[in-house]
Ligand binder design. Structure first.
Ligand SMILES: [Zn+2]
Length: 71
């Protein structure tokens, strides 16, 4: 036997964040994501700040996991 006691729920207030307040953070994390996608997909060590294949090797498994051509 199911008991359906209807207790009134308190109304949930959804906080609203103004767009002007969240836009700089969205831009920052969007650019950070694009940078991560670049390093995973296209970086071959030519433009890396620590020159060489360090970042390439660091994201190498992610590159293969996502199906980017590598070697
Ligand atoms: Zn590879």
């Amino acid at each position: 036997m199911s008991q359906t006691s209807a207790t009134p729920l308190a109304p949930v207030e959804i906080p609203s964040i103004p767009l002007a307040q969240i836009a700089p953070w969205a831009l920052f994390f969007g650019l950070l994501g694009l940078l991560a996608i670049f390093f995973v997909s296209a970086d071959q060590g030519a433009v890396s700040i620590p020159s060489g294949m360090l970042l390439h090797e660091f994201v190498h498994d992610g590159r293969h996991l996502l199906g980017y051509p590598c070697h």
